[in-house]
Write a protein that binds this ligand. Structure first.
Ligand code: DLL
Length: 443
């Protein structure tokens, strides 16, 4: 462990640290951030004593909208002059969401990511190929800060320019690799297409995140590169990558940096806290952030929590993989399903490659989905490139049945020729909303 004194502290110790830091954070936002001062006053918490302000469930929520409304620096708890860095997450429309860090925030963030690298099996003597995008996105520089804090050596290649990535991977022979799972698959395929087996690079671990991915995707990445593939989670508004991470010993849930964040899972409809094991929306409260502290930030990400001790010895609460975002949830003829659940089934089919896109469509008054997924070269060549071939129809029926029994949904399947689905260099676009454009007959 990078910081065993906190990562393996007893639950009581962790809770004590959290309580003290929560009190300080609430006090700080009350004094420094007019938005929170108003909210706490509205809820009549402002006038309470510090000790009385630590019931999380009484504190107000913060949303992405709140950050947007205060664009760019309205929620900072410090003067702009004291910032050491800003990042931003690209908004789907209009202005991005801007986040800021002090020098101490960057130190803490680096330590969190260093913990994740050690949990993945990384060492200070390692060389790590960092293919997350460098820039306003927190992935590149966030992971970079962790590599530095660990004392390992970073290859700051950033995303894209796959030819160059392939050359450096072969020449430098790094121990670890970081990037989005979808880009890693593209990179691996590109290597294979040049006759280079990705496992010949000699990597031992990969730290993948920034988008939902499934266990079947993990299995593909592990066998493709001959590595252990570990999940890392985070979001700009809360910090960036490193809010939680998997350990290589168990690969069973992501350890949350609980000395820096308090986590809750709430029902996104009623906003009521849920109990351990129940799936709902993750909500984080920062405990050490100086520039942009957040109280009960609603992530929109769906997961469940456990505080059971992990076999790696870490005592922190763990979250499951993120199933998806509340806004990406598909409602297919009344059944709720996340793209990652469809992915788990699709990637289990041998004749398919892990590239797919889901189009949300209307069928009559109901919402439905059409899943475009790519055939592997071997299958495609075997049918003489004829997508009307009976074997294609048979494969479609098999996939439909598997989706029906695993996810309880019936979707249209379109099998595409190899290379037809656009490749991502960062976060893959999995869901395309075609509801306004298409209206298909009820089948
Ligand atoms: O994606 C931070 C990050 C960079 C995490 C590199 C991991 C690795 P944002 O661009 O602000 O920050 O996007 C945050 O991405 O709310 C989730 O919906 C999604 N996300 C991040 N990590 C995971 C993950 C970065 N491991 C949003 N699994 C979050 C599933 C993830 N979704």
């Amino acid at each position: 462990m990078f910081t065993p004194e906190v990562e393996a502290a007893s639950r009581e110790e962790i809770e004590q640290i959290q309580l003290k830091r929560l009190q300080q954070t609430v006090q700080m936002v009350f004094e420094q951030v007019p938005f929170y001062c108003d909210k706490l006053n509205e809820l009549e918490i402002g006038s309470k004593s510090i000790q009385e302000r630590t019931d999380l469930s009484e504190l107000p929520f913060t949303t992405k909208e709140n950050l947007r409304d205060h664009y760019p620096f309205g929620l900072l708890a410090i003067p702009k002059e004291e910032l050491a860095r800003v990042h931003a997450s690209s908004g789907t429309s209009g202005k991005p969401t801007v986040v800021g860090y002090t020098k101490n925030d960057l130190i803490n963030w680096g330590e969190m990511v260093a913990r994740a690298i050690v949990a993945a099996g990384g060492k200070s003597t390692d060389m790590i190929h960092n293919a997350y995008g460098y820039g306003l996105f927190t992935g590149g520089l966030g992971i970079h800060g962790g590599i530095q804090a660990l004392g390992a050596s970073a290859i700051p290649i950033s995303s894209g320019n796959t030819e160059r990535q392939m050359m450096l991977l072969q020449d430098f022979q790094p121990n670890g690799i970081c990037g989005t799972p979808s880009y890693m698959i593209s990179l691996g395929e590109k290597l294979e297409s040049k006759g280079i087996h990705p496992s010949s690079i000699g990597l031992s671990y990969g730290i993948f995140g920034a988008e939902p991915w499934s266990e079947t995707m993990r299995a593909r990445l592990e066998s493709m590169f001959g590595i252990k593939a570990l999940d890392i989670y985070g979001l700009s508004e809360v910090m960036g990558p490193g809010v939680s991470f998997e350990c290589h010993e168990a690969q069973e849930g992501l350890h949350i940096a609980e000395d820096h964040f308090m986590v809750e899972v709430i029902d996104p409809k009623t906003l009521q806290p849920l109990t351990e094991g129940e799936f709902g929306e993750l909500v984080f409260t920062s405990l050490t952030k100086e520039a942009l502290p957040v109280i009960r930030y609603r992530t929109g990400d769906i997961a469940a929590l456990t505080t059971e001790k992990c076999k790696c010895g870490r005592t922190s609460a763990r979250m499951t993989r993120v199933k998806g975002r509340t806004d990406d949830m598909l409602i297919i003829r009344g059944v709720n399903v996340f793209p990652s659940e469809l992915e788990r089934v699709l990637l289990g089919v041998n004749d398919l490659v892990p590239h797919y896109q889901i189009h949300r469509i209307k069928q009559g008054a109901m919402e439905s989905a059409r899943v475009h997924v790519e055939l592997c070269e071997r299958f495609y060549n075997g049918i003489g490139s004829d997508l009307e071939h009976e074997a294609v129809q048979q494969l479609k029926r098999t996939i439909s049945q598997q989706l029906k029994s695993a996810c309880l949904v019936s979707v249209d399947i379109v099998l595409e020729q190899p290379g037809a689905i656009p490749r991502s260099e960062g976060k893959a676009i999995r869901v395309i909303d075609s509801r306004d454009k298409e209206c298909e007959g009820v089948v």
